[in-house]
Structure formats: C-alpha cells, structure tokens
Write a protein that binds this ligand. Structure first.
Ligand code: 13P
Length: 268
C-alpha cells in the first residue's frame, strides 16, 4: 500500500475534500452562474472527492438552489455561537441549516487578523456548528513572523487545543481542519510540499495527543494558501494532506475543476 502511513492507516481511508472559499466575492447571480458551470465540470470528476463551495451569506441561497440535485456541497464562511439574539451582523447555525448549508468555515485567518477572532471565539463557534449538525472546517495557521521566529508549532498547537477545548471525541471526529499558513494566502507563495507535509504531520500529532490514534488518522486536514491546479497534485500527494481550501483559484469553474482533478490524482 503505497500511501500506508507511519501508523498503519491508509491515507485513502480519509475523506478527500476540496472546498472553495469565495471570501467576499460573487453576488447571488454570479454565484449561481459559477455553480452552474461547476456542476457540468463536476459530473466528470471522481466521486472519491467531496466538492464544497463557500459563498458569502447573501449568495448562499441562490447557490444552494443551483447546487440542488448535484454533488456540490455548500458551506458558509462563518457562524455565530449564540442561538439568536442581539448580535447585529451575525448569522446563527440554525439560519444556515434552514438555508440548506452543510459546511461552515470557522476561524479563517482573515477573521482572526481583521475581525478580532480568537481561539476562544473559534471554540464557541465550533461548538455551535457541531450542535446544529453543520460540518465545520476549522482554519489554523501561523503568521510569517511566527514561522521565521521558530514559533510555528507552538502557535498551531495553541490554535488546535484552543479550537477543540471541551469538545468530545465523538464531535471531534466530525471536524475538518484546514492548515493555511498566513504568509501563503493570496500571495502566490505556497508552502513547499515538504514544509506543508511536516506541518500537517505535526498538526495530526496534536490531534493524536488530544483524541488518540483513530481520530487523528481519520481527520481530514486540508492545505490552503495559493493552492492552484499547478501545485495541487504534489501537495495532496503528501501523506498528511487530504485536500484543499482554495481562495483565488476557486473563483472560476474551469480552474477549480482542474485543481480538483489534480488533487484526486495526488491522492491516489
Ligand atoms: P488563496 O488560495 O487565494 O491563497 O486563499 C487561500 C484561503 O485563504 C482559502 O481559505
């Protein structure tokens, strides 16, 4: 078994997930058009990969509608921790569920950098998402100065432990992690496959210490940060990289579809 891991489990037993994070791009009509185009492309892609698109809140409904009857899953980019109440500008898990949303991104570095997201708020949002039956994609990643200062592992360990604080093993098994080195996001600078793999393996070791072997080996850990068709295959070929969270390259159906096909090849 080519991909058999150090701990005896096969990478193929983990779910390969490629998700597009559209960030603040695509109006409702633009999103619908993108999903219509992606549906055609997706029909020819191996069913071994889960394809997710994460549009902005106001685009969710038109995208859910457009994705109906297809294999494309829809995710939101954030969720609040309270069930309802005086939280102007926020969206609850129940609202997302009723809109037909299945996944939700939590703790993206742009939320952490620009909107005051902390390990504590990530943890609260994660609990709310899990309680509502949403599938969380929890983002972690170090800043450039943290990597250069040799603090990458400490930062990631803090972020993983913070996100999972008070979360049962049963719930932890439902979480997808996305490692997104902040210095690689939107910069065109990708972590090399070797650097990404070493970091993913470290992240998995933190999950192992928290929840044991089976949950660590079963957890999908995506890479994100300037992933594109040209580098997706090599990244996903790494033992501990199980897909991607894609920004820029997910905004066009043809490049996103090609990236997904490359990821499938890499995962073999
Ligand atoms: P880019 O693919 O544009 O670098 O963005 C990555 C990202 O932040 C996905 O969440």
């Amino acid at each position: 078994m080519e991909d058999a891991g150090k701990y005896g489990n096969d990478k193929m037993s983990r779910k390969l997930i490629v998700a597009g994070n559209w960030k603040m791009n695509k109006t409702a009509s633009e999103g619908k058009a993108l999903v219509e185009a992606l549906k055609n492309e997706a029909a020819g892609i191996c069913s071994c990969v889960e394809i997710v698109v994460c549009p902005p809140f106001t685009t969710l409904c038109s995208v859910v509608e457009a994705a109906k009857g297809s294999r494309i899953k829809v995710g939101a980019q954030n969720v609040h921790w309270a069930e309802n109440g005086a939280f102007t500008g926020e969206i609850s898990a129940a609202m997302l569920k009723e809109a037909g949303v299945e996944y939700v991104i939590i703790g993206h570095s742009e939320r952490r950098q620009y909107f005051g997201e902390t390990d504590e708020t990530v943890n609260s949002r994660l609990k709310a998402a899990l309680a509502a039956g949403l599938k969380p994609i929890v983002c972690i990643g170090e800043l450039l100065e943290e990597r250069e200062g040799g603090r990458t592992e400490a930062v990631l360990e803090r972020q993983v432990k913070g996100a999972f604080a008070g979360i049962s093993a049963e719930d932890a098994a439902k979480v997808v992690l996305a490692y997104e080195p902040v210095w690689a996001i939107g910069t065109g600078k990708t972590a090399t496959p070797e650097v990404a793999e070493a970091t993913h393996a470290f992240i998995r070791s933190v999950v192992r210490a928290l929840y044991g072997e089976a949950i660590a080996e079963g957890m999908t850990i995506q890479y994100g940060g300037s992933m594109k068709p040209a580098n997706a295959r090599e990244l996903v070929a790494q033992k501990d990289i199980d897909g991607g969270l894609i920004g820029g390259a997910a905004l066009k159906a043809d490049s996103f579809a090609e990236l997904i096909r490359q990821a499938v090849e890499g995962n073999r």
